[in-house]
Design a protein around this ligand. Structure first.
Ligand code: SF4
Ligand code: SF4
Length: 505
C-alpha cells in the first residue's frame, strides 16, 4: 500500500529507451487475409521438436494437431487453417543463423474451417491437472518470447504453494505494442484467463501488471477485473527491463527471487498476457494456439500496426498487409530491438513466440564499431541484476568463463541494458551470449559424464548383487543337502559331527 502511494520503483538499474510505440498502438488489430501457404516449424518452443502425425496429401482442419510433443518439455503443433499438407520439408528457420529447420507446409483451401473442438462443461469443475494437460495439448508456449511450454509452468506451480499469479502486461521493449492492443481489445478474456490460472494453481490472487505508459490498457483491464475480488490491476513504472520476470516480481511483491532460483520459490508464477489469453481460449473454447498478435513496426514499414497472424504465415505477408517497405531496412528483427533476434529473410514463417517483426531504418540501429572501454561504469549503473558487465565482458572475451561466472554471468538475463548505455558501443551482450553458450555446453557435457558414471556404478552394483545372490543360493543348496532329513537323538548327533564342525563350535 505504502509502495503504491510513494510509487518508488523497487528494481535497480534499467534504462529508458525511446518508445517508438505511438503509431502501431493507435490502430486496431488487423486480421490478415489467409496466406496461400502456411509453414509450421516443428520447433517453435523450448525443448524437443514436435513429431509429425500427418503425411503429404492429408487434408487438415484448422486446429487439428499435425505434430505431437515427444516429451513434457515440448509442445504439439496444430494446423493454423484448413487445407492440404503439400510438403514436410526443410525451410529457412526464423533464426539469425538462417539454418534450416523441418516444417509442415499446408496449402490453405480458403475455408478456414475449424475442427470440432468438442468442449463442453465448466472448466472450474475440472481438476487442475486435467486443465494443465489441456493447456499442454493446445500447444501453448510463453508468448512474450520465452517460448517455454506453458503447461510445464502450470504443473510446476501445482507442486508449490503459489500465492500470486502475475500476469505480465508490462511490454517494456521499444516498438512492441501487441500486448497493449490485446489488453485494450480482449480485456475480459485476459481477466478470465487469469482467473482460470488462479483456479489451477489454487493461488490467492492474480495481479495484472502494466507499465504506466499504457493508460488505455490499464483502464480496460481495470474495468474487466472490477467484478472479481481476487484479480487486481497494478500500474508499474515504465522502464526497461520491467518485463523481465524477476524485475516484475520485485516491483509487485517487493521480494527478490534468489540467484539461480525460480519465481515459484517466492510463491509467484508469471505468465505473459498473450499466454493468458491463449490459455483462456483453450480452456473455454477448446481452441489450440494457431494465431497470435504481432507488432509490425520500424522506420522502414509504411503503416506500422498490430496484426492477428496465423502461426506459419510468412513474415513478408505481414509486411505487405502493413503497406510494405519504404526502402531497404537497415536491420530486420524478430521480437523487440533489445532482446529480439536478427531475421535472415522475410520469407521465414511467423512462430508462436514472435512478438514483433521490425524493419528498422538506419537511424534506428545502434552504431556497430566498438572502441576501448573507458571504465565509465555506465553499464554497472544500468544493470538491473546488480552485476559488473565490464568485468564479465573482459573475462568472456579472454575465454575465462569461470571468471565471468564468478562475476555473476549466470544471473545475467541478457537484457542488453548495459550495451544500450555503453558509450564505447562494446557488444557486451554478444560476449555474454557466447560465454553462456560455452558454459551451458560444458555443464551439459559434465551432466552427461555424471550420468554415464552413475549408470556404470549402477551396473557394477547390479552385477555384484547378482553374484552375491547366486553365491547365497549355492550355499543354501549345499546346506540343505547336509541337513538331516529326520530329527536325531542328541547322542546320534554327537556321533555324526565332523572334526571340522567340532573345531568351529
Ligand atoms: S559502459 Fe562501456 S565503456 Fe563504460 S565501463 Fe561499461 S563497458 Fe566500459
Ligand atoms: S545484459 Fe546482463 S549484464 Fe547487461 S545489463 Fe542485462 S543483466 Fe546486466
Amino acid at each position: 500500500m505504502l509502495r503504491g502511494l510513494l510509487k518508488l520503483p523497487q528494481v535497480r538499474g534499467g534504462v529508458h529507451p525511446v518508445g517508438h510505440k505511438d503509431r502501431s498502438a493507435a490502430l486496431h488489430i488487423l486480421d490478415l487475409p489467409l496466406p496461400e501457404r502456411l509453414y509450421l516449424p516443428l520447433r517453435q518452443h523450448a525443448g524437443a521438436d514436435a513429431i509429425p502425425v500427418v503425411k503429404v496429401g492429408d487434408k487438415v482442419l484448422k486446429g487439428q494437431m499435425v505434430a505431437v510433443a515427444p516429451s513434457e518439455i515440448s509442445a504439439p503443433v496444430h494446423a493454423s487453417s484448413s487445407g492440404r499438407v503439400v510438403e514436410i520439408a526443410e525451410i529457412m528457420a526464423p533464426h539469425p543463423s538462417g539454418l534450416k529447420s523441418t516444417a509442415i507446409v499446408i496449402e490453405t483451401d480458403g475455408e478456414d474451417r475449424w475442427i470440432d473442438t468438442g468442449v463442453s462443461g465448466d472448466p472450474y469443475d475440472e481438476e487442475p491437472l486435467t486443465l494443465a494437460n489441456r493447456v499442454a495439448n493446445a500447444g501453448i508456449v510463453g508468448m512474450g518470447g520465452a517460448i517455454f511450454p506453458a503447461a510445464v509452468k502450470l504443473k510446476q506451480g501445482t507442486r508449490h504453494e503459489i500465492k500470486t499469479v502475475l500476469v505480465n502486461g508490462s511490454e517494456c521493449e521499444p516498438f512492441l505494442t501487441c500486448d497493449d492492443r490485446l489488453m485494450r481489445e480482449k480485456a475480459e478474456e485476459i481477466v478470465e484467463g487469469a482467473r482460470l490460472i488462479r483456479h489451477i494453481l489454487r493461488a490467492y490472487k492474480a495481479v495484472i501488471a502494466i507499465e504506466d505508459n499504457k493508460p488505455e490498457a490499464i483502464a480496460a483491464m481495470r474495468a474487466a477485473a472490477e467484478p472479481y475480488g481476487m484479480v487486481e490491476v497494478e500500474a508499474v513504472p515504465s522502464m526497461y527491463p520491467m518485463g523481465s520476470a524477476k524485475q516484475l516480481i520485485q516491483e509487485i511483491t517487493g521480494r527478490e527471487v534468489p540467484a539461480g532460483a525460480r519465481s515459484t520459490s517466492v510463491g509467484v508464477l508469471v505468465h505473459n498476457v498473450g499466454t493468458v489469453y491463449a490459455i483462456q481460449q483453450a480452456l473455454t473454447y477448446g481452441r489450440p494456439l494457431v494465431s497470435r498478435i504481432v507488432t509490425v513496426a520500424g522506420g522502414a514499414i509504411n503503416r506500422p500496426r498490430n496484426v492477428n497472424a496465423l502461426v506459419g504465415t510468412p513474415v513478408q505477408h505481414l509486411i505487405d498487409a502493413c503497406g510494405g517497405l519504404n526502402g531497404d531496412p537497415a536491420k530486420l528483427v524478430l521480437g523487440g530491438p533489445m532482446m529480439g533476434m536478427p531475421l535472415p529473410s522475410t520469407q521465414v514463417p511467423t512462430i508462436k513466440g514472435a512478438t514483433g517483426v521490425l524493419a528498422l531504418a538506419k537511424h534506428e540501429v545502434p552504431r556497430s564499431e566498438a572502441s576501448p572501454c573507458i571504465r565509465c561504469a555506465s553499464c554497472v549503473e544500468a544493470c538491473p541484476m546488480g552485476l559488473l558487465p565490464l568485468e564479465m565482458a573482459a573475462r568472456s572475451r579472454a575465454d575465462d568463463f569461470e571468471g565471468a561466472d564468478d562475476y555473476g554471468l549466470r544471473d545475467c538475463i541478457l537484457c542488453g541494458s548495459c550495451a544500450y548505455v555503453c558509450p564505447s558501443h562494446i557488444p557486451l551482450v554478444q560476449y555474454f551470449q557466447y560465454a553462456k553458450g560455452e558454459q551451458d555446453a560444458k555443464r551439459t557435457a559434465a551432466k552427461k559424464m555424471d550420468y554415464t558414471v552413475e549408470l556404470s556404478l549402477a551396473k557394477q552394483a547390479r552385477i555384484e548383487a547378482e553374484k552375491a545372490a547366486k553365491a547365497a543360493e549355492k550355499a543354501a543348496k549345499k546346506a540343505a543337502k547336509k541337513k538331516p532329513v529326520t530329527a536325531t537323538k542328541p547322542a546320534e548327533t554327537e556321533a555324526i559331527k565332523s572334526p571340522s564342525e567340532e573345531e568351529s563350535v
